[in-house]
Design a protein around this ligand. Structure first.
Ligand SMILES: Nc1ncnc2c1ncn2[C@@H]1O[C@H](COP(=O)(O)OP(=O)(O)OP(=O)(O)O)[C@@H](O)[C@H]1O
Length: 845
């Protein structure tokens, strides 16, 4: 085997109780081509030693192409535990994917994270030759090898061999070594089945509609609008601008032809196909024009809407960022280097808005004088790449300002990104760092004790300033939760420090402006005393009340500061406030709390008859509960449900806001690496957090609003990935909440790419309708029996809602025991205190 060729290795360790799948750049020492080879390996299990044939025993090597065909052969031939373990081998492509997942999760290029079951396995298997071992489980591989290896794996995934052979590790390891007679190799594409080549949700490929032309012939718009070159090149008409492949486009860019503009009709058609709608929310009011408009139609609303919609030319490919928008070549290269090729809908719509002069799309009519951009409200589906859509323009604008600036090179923060949770802040930071590399723009997370600095503060620096120097933020972009940053505003320089801020981005804007965070967010927003401030608000859901609040804040700020009027535009992708159409939704009636627990167990380890009914829920998946207490209770209930052979309790974890930051980080990392398969959590992880390979989401407790449902289930099916499953278990108490969720499911299934079961009409009809006020109340309160308040108001219902399968007397005994231990501990502490007090007493002088 040529030096540097990457192969995949399956290693069985000494006790044959571990299977490691990894890559090696070493020559093949043991080619697993036949059952005999395997038997040899099984006999001599001393890992790393050479057997009589000079082969390495106990380590089973194969290359990526043979791995998928191994398992069936092994199943039939081998009886021993090794056979069972090797059957788990093909399930480990979940693990095999980890380098990729890790690549996405952390800033790993040009290294990647390899996940071995434990330290011994990693050390013993010597997974990566020539690797520099730094941290447990983390080795570095030269980038070219990584690329080639991932390429091989992706090819396999694309050919679907892997998926076909892939087995559910939980099922295999929990049901003995006999090959099951049920369709265990049932083909299922899951979000974790590799890289997604098509990140668009509403791509032309999937929405081919037919129009009748005037001459009577049928025009298939989907074909005509293969704008992003996804269909077969030979089928495309060569002349159409709308069908150029990215390659061709790249060549054109090189030849300087890219500046060609699309015809207005083409632009409109493309935007319609991708379900993009742009609205100009605050066109300057011209009294004479208003009068004319009223005369034009009896329906002024219609007229107004027609006036306010506009159609900017979409971004065709990331390759044109530099040529068309003069985005710095380093920033443009960073985007491409991360593997982003085709812009998602929100990116193809928002990037031209934020990167070009508003006059180019709003026209001269907007009477827009300054060239300082627009304020933007963007509503786009979960996982559609909003982070990239706001980071690219932000970095570009900061770069431009820096180049144009003649002022001192002293670093001042000029942009703030707010997000509701620390997890999301960390994630934005990671993505921002990757994009900022080599651009001269710095991004940081705002931490406790840090301070922002403005020009003036820097100028009137004194001795005290030196002391504070180390805590002063020197980055251009600061990412923070509202609470974190608001603390800094209390500082005497706080208000002044914000005077340099030119960009404010609110990610998950609807939650940031919801009562929970509203005060903090508005405090920061209104403290920014910079007339040039531009605001972007992003979310997958945005109610009209939030939109109004945003508009009125922008307007009142402008009035108070007497600033020039700035255009405010809205971009909506797809149907507002709806769930992504590329996942399967299942609503399961479980009647009672016990029923829900049984239902969940059924999902984790399905019995055959049930699992035949729909795509099984494969790990990794997330389980949402209503409260922290319930997440903890569910965790301890399910702790032993994953068989020890499959990793046992290490495979399940709980994450909530009562944990320390370190614990939260560590659980997130373990989940991203694939060490944790089932993560139980609260709504803390329902927004923004991006685990690309999540196969499913379980709403163990029903979400309390439609928006919460949209965001929770949006943790799967990221960037257009197919095969995600969203299961909602509901009991009698959940019925009032169900209608809003059933409506979302129905509308999402109607827009599903490949059809799918829609929710039955009788269910929709049978569910009670709620008024706005009731919805608001339900959202605020949650299901009361599951809250601590519910325990006091209705202890009986609260008892019934408890997550536990233990009988009452067992719980009582446990409580008594716990009480006794606690009492004894307290008594001992008391005695020690008393003794201490006695010895401390030194008597009278
Ligand atoms: N053009 C693209 N092509 C492929 N993948 C992309 C593209 N843009 C973004 N992604 C990936 O899509 C995933 C989701 O992106 P992101 O987290 O920004 O989505 P989001 O719209 O902010 O979702 P949410 O509403 O849940 O916060 C990320 O893994 C990101 O790397």
């Amino acid at each position: 085997m040529a030096k540097g060729t990457v192969i995949v290795k399956i290693a069985s360790l000494g006790s044959i109780d571990k299977v490691v799948v990894g890559v090696s750049v070493r020559p093949v020492t043991h080619n697993l081509e036949s059952a005999n080879d395997l038997a040899n390996a099984e006999e001599a299990d001393s890992l790393g030693s050479n057997n009589a044939n000079g082969k390495r025993d106990g380590i089973l090597f194969t290359n990526p192409m043979t791995l998928p065909v191994l398992p069936p052969m092994l199943f039939n031939v081998l009886p021993s535990p090794l056979a069972a373990l090797l059957r788990a081998g093909p399930a480990l492509p979940v693990t095999l994917l980890k380098p990729e997942a890790a690549l996405e999760a952390d800033s790993c290029a040009p290294s990647f994270t390899f996940v071995a079951p434990d330290a011994a396995a990693l050390a013993a298997s010597d997974v990566l030759c020539g690797a520099r071992s730094e941290v447990l489980g983390q080795r570095e591989l030269p980038l070219f090898l990584l690329r080639r290896w991932l390429g091989d794996i992706h090819r396999l995934y694309r050919s679907r061999i892997f998926c076909h052979k892939m087995m559910d590790p939980l099922r295999i390891l929990s049901r003995g070594s006999k090959p099951s007679k049920v369709k265990q190799f049932q083909h299922q594409i899951t979000p974790s089945s590799g890289q997604n080549e098509q990140p668009q949700l509403f791509s032309t490929e999937t929405s081919i509609s037919k129009k009748r032309k005037r001459d009577g012939s049928i025009l298939t718009t989907g074909q005509q609008l293969d704008f992003f070159g996804t269909s077969n090149a030979s089928e495309r008409p060569s002349q159409s601008l709308a069908v150029r492949s990215p390659d061709l486009e790249a060549q054109e860019i090189g030849a300087g032809i890219d500046s060609k503009e699309l015809l207005e009709d083409d632009v409109k058609r493309i935007l319609r196909e991708h379900k993009l709608k742009f609205t100009y929310l605050n066109p300057p009011t011209d009294p004479s024009r208003e009068r004319r408009k009223k005369k034009l139609s009896k329906d002024p609303l219609k007229n107004a809407q027609a006036k306010q919609q506009f159609y900017p030319e979409p971004l065709r490919s990331f390759d044109v960022l530099n040529a068309r928008f003069k985005v710095g070549s380093r920033l443009a290269a960073n985007v491409i280097e991360q593997g982003f090729k085709t812009p998602t809908e929100v990116q193809l719509g928002a990037l031209p808005l934020l990167l070009s002069d508003p006059q180019t799309y709003l026209g001269k009519e907007c009477e827009y004088k300054s060239s300082k951009g627009v304020d933007l409200l963007a509503v786009a589906p979960t996982g559609s790449g909003k982070t990239l859509a706001f980071l690219i323009p932000l970095i570009h604008q900061i770069q431009q300002t820096k180049h144009a600036s003649t002022e001192s090179k002293e670093k001042h923060t000029s942009a703030i990104i707010l997000a509701p949770t620390k997890e999301l802040v960390g994630q934005i930071l990671n993505e921002g760092r990757r994009l900022c590399q080599g651009t001269g723009v710095r991004i940081t997370q705002f931490r406790k004790g840090m301070q922002l600095r403005s020009h003036d503060v820097a100028e009137d620096s004194d001795e005290d300033q030196d002391k504070q120097e180390r805590s002063v933020v020197k980055a251009d972009i600061v990412v923070s939760t509202p609470g974190g940053l608001q603390g800094a505003l209390g500082h005497e320089q706080g208000g002044r420090a914000l005077s340099d801020i030119e960009h404010l981005v609110l990610d998950e804007a609807d939650v940031l402006l919801d009562p929970l965070f509203r005060e903090q967010t508005l405090a920061i927003w209104t403290s920014i005393a910079n007339a040039k401030l531009r605001v972007n608000l992003w979310s997958a859901t945005m109610g009209s009340n939030i939109e109004e609040l945003a508009q009125s804040t922008i307007a009142s700020r402008a009035n108070a500061m007497k600033t020039d009027w700035t255009p405010l535009v809205r971009l909506v992708v797809g149907l507002k406030d709806s769930a992504i159409p590329n996942i399967d939704h299942r609503l399961i009636y479980a009647a009672t709390e016990q029923g829900k627990l049984m239902g969940l167990r059924q999902l984790i380890r399905p019995t055959t008859s049930r699992s035949e009914q729909g795509p099984p829920l494969r790990p990794p998946f997330l389980i949402f509960t209503q409260t922290i207490e319930r997440a903890i209770a569910l965790h301890s209930e399910l702790l032993y449900d994953i068989p020890a052979a499959a990793g046992g309790i290490a495979r399940i974890a709980v994450l909530h806001s009562d944990l320390s930051d370190n614990d939260r980080d560590s659980i997130m990392t373990r989940f991203r690496r694939g060490e944790v398969w089932v993560l139980i959590t609260t709504d803390l992880l329902s927004r923004g957090v991006d685990f690309r390979g999540i196969n499913g989401v379980v709403n163990y407790d029903i979400p309390t609003s439609a928006a919460a449902y949209v965001h929770r289930v949006g943790r799967t099916g990221r960037a257009g990935r197919e095969g995600g499953v969203a299961v909602t278990l509901y009991s009698k108490e959940d019925i009032p909440y169900l209608k809003q969720i059933a409506n979302i499911v129905a509308s999402s299934q109607n827009h599903k790419r490949h059809g799918g079961e829609s929710i039955q009409q009788w269910l929709l009809d049978a569910l009670p309708n709620l008024s706005k006020e009731e919805k608001r109340r339900l959202k605020k309160r949650g299901v009361e029996s599951r809250t601590s308040k519910g325990k006091q108001t209705n202890p009986h219902a609260a008892r019934k809602a408890r997550i536990s399968t233990k009988a009452g007397y067992v719980r009582k005994r446990e409580n008594n025991r716990r009480g006794a231990i606690e009492g004894s501990r307290r008594r001992m502490e008391q005695e020690i205190d008393d003794a201490g007090n006695e010895t401390d007493f030194t008597g009278f002088d």
